[in-house]
Design a protein around this ligand. Structure first.
Ligand code: ADP
Ligand code: MG
Length: 462
């Protein structure tokens, strides 16, 4: 008979030894230690044993998720040492939902199926973001040089942590490293946000074995925008374990963030210290010289790509470099607009043309922040900012406070809990209430409608 088929039969053959659960429990106690054993593993019972899998009983859904996300691979390994033919474990919740016997399948070990497929879709590196087209300047030369060194000596600088504000080239560098290393290594590139997405999905589908297996397999692990884990406890827990197991096996880890590791907000201390434990390099805002170089390089790229001639004289290039204040992404955006304008009007652009184009652009990308909203609103209603944020509930303070929360929700991308925190640590339900109240009032009450419109136009003008 075909060996494989035999291996996957689900009945227990005569010669197969049945498990002694007490013995296994004793080994759990040894492996996991008293604390984890008493709170978790002790409560797992053996319900049914098959040739290649077990059904274990657990008291609750939460219990199951906890076990699966933290201890499953170790449990499997442990039980496997008593019974080699085993390759998966299923859980049955025995107290909750007594009537509906719920079997949760844990896929076979080593079979990274769905996670892999969905991850492959975005684990692709962008070939346009490479070392060749990354322009060096005073603000990024150290980050660039260590990014290259990491490619020459894997694990020498571990982890490499690249920090800097938005649009300064972090993702570009991470990509370039990934591209450089991908031929000879198992490179995993993911944003912290996608990592989270897959983490949650795997917990829901009870697929943590595959999740862990997939990420821990990489020899180069690149994770972008790690600041995203802020405040997300279970994600941090998982990241911490992934990080440690990768470091243990000597994989290179490269991380980017919008700030210094020790300044990460609401991130466990132990994670911060691990992140800071390798080499931390930062990218600063570009000086005019770097901006000029980038503009010239981009023009060259556009010319090559579209086989067209773009004439921007030095004066215009200097002007764009000087006017674009914040970051390189914005600089490229501005340049594209200028080039498009020149194309449409089919002429060489003057400084005056540029001034007009830039005026529009800078008006559009004016950023409205929660701070700004709070200032404008408290000024508008003639109350002190600290009074507006205080816990006092009198109407003359509460209404402006609600207006400010409402505008923060409408005009910024901050989430409800984030907004709550900015208003002297209020709960997100308070923000929801404020949004509802002001939405209703601004529909029913002309005075409120007028106030909101005036405040909005002040915000947009500033
Ligand atoms: P971040 O991840 O730091 O927000 P990105 O890496 O996405 O920033 O960079 C924003 C844009 O600017 C990208 O198009 C990137 O290619 C470009 N860019 C940033 N720095 C440079 C550089 N030094 N040379 C060329 N292009 C750059
Ligand atoms: Mg980025």
């Amino acid at each position: 008979m075909d060996k494989n088929i035999k291996k996957h039969n689900v009945y227990i053959s005569e010669e197969e030894k049945t498990l002694n659960w007490d013995e296994i429990q004793t080994s759990f106690k040894k492996t996991f230690g008293n604390e984890i054993y008493n709170s978790w593993l002790q409560k797992i019972s053996l319900i049914k044993e098959f040739n290649d899998y077990l059904i274990l009983g657990v008291p609750t859904r939460f219990f199951r998720d906890w076990i699966v996300s933290r201890y499953l691979d170790k449990i499997l390994e442990q039980v496997k040492s008593f019974k080699l033919s085993l390759n998966r474990i299923e859980f049955k919740i025995i107290e909750e939902n007594k009537h509906n016997s719920e079997y949760i399948k844990i896929d076979q070990l080593n079979k990274v199926t769905e996670i892999k497929d969905s991850l492959l879709n975005y684990n692709r590196l962008n070939t346009n973001l490479n070392f060749d087209n990354f322009i060096e300047g005073k603000s990024n030369d150290i980050a660039l040089s260590y990014s290259k060194k990491v490619c020459e000596h894997i694990s020498r600088y571990n982890p490499l942590y690249i920090c800097g504000g938005v649009g300064l080239g972090k993702t570009h560098l991470l990509n370039a490293i990934g591209l450089e290393l991908q031929n000879e290594n198992n490179v995993m590139y993911i944003s912290a946000e996608r990592f989270m997405y897959h983490f949650i999905k795997s917990i829901k589908k009870n697929d943590m074995v595959n999740f862990k297996d997939f990420f821990r397999k990489s020899s180069v692990f690149i994770i972008d925008d790690i600041q995203f884990i802020s405040g997300k406890e279970s994600l941090q827990e998982e990241f911490f374990h992934t990080f440690n197991s990768l470091m243990d096996k000597g994989s290179q880890i490269i991380i980017s963030a919008d700030r210094d590791p020790l300044k990460l907000d609401r991130v466990q201390e132990r994670i911060k210290s691990r992140l800071a434990g390798g080499l931390v390099v930062s990218i600063d805002t570009p000086d005019v010289e770097l901006k000029r170089k980038i503009i010239k390089k981009k023009i060259e790229e556009i010319q090559n790509q579209f086989k067209e001639n773009i004439n921007l004289n030095d004066e215009v290039i200097n002007f764009i470099a000087n006017e674009s204040k914040t970051n390189i992404r914005e600089l490229i955006g501005v340049l594209n607009r200028v080039v498009a304008f020149g194309r449409v009007h089919n002429k060489d652009l003057t400084i005056n043309d540029c001034k007009n184009i830039l005026k529009d652009i800078f008006n559009q990308i004016r950023v409205i922040t929660v701070d700004k909203i709070q200032n404008v609103v408290s000024n508008y209603f003639n109350i002190g900012l600290s009074e507006m944020l205080s816990q006092r509930r009198s109407r003359p303070l509460a209404r402006p406070r609600q207006v400010a929360m409402y505008l923060a929700k409408k005009l910024t991308t901050r989430s409800l809990p984030e907004i709550g925190r900015r208003f002297a640590n209020r709960d997100h339900t308070t923000v929801i209430h404020a949004v509802k109240t002001i939405t209703r009032l601004s529909e029913q009450d002309d005075e409120m409608k007028k106030n909101i419109n005036q405040i909005k136009s002040i915000l947009l003008e500033q």
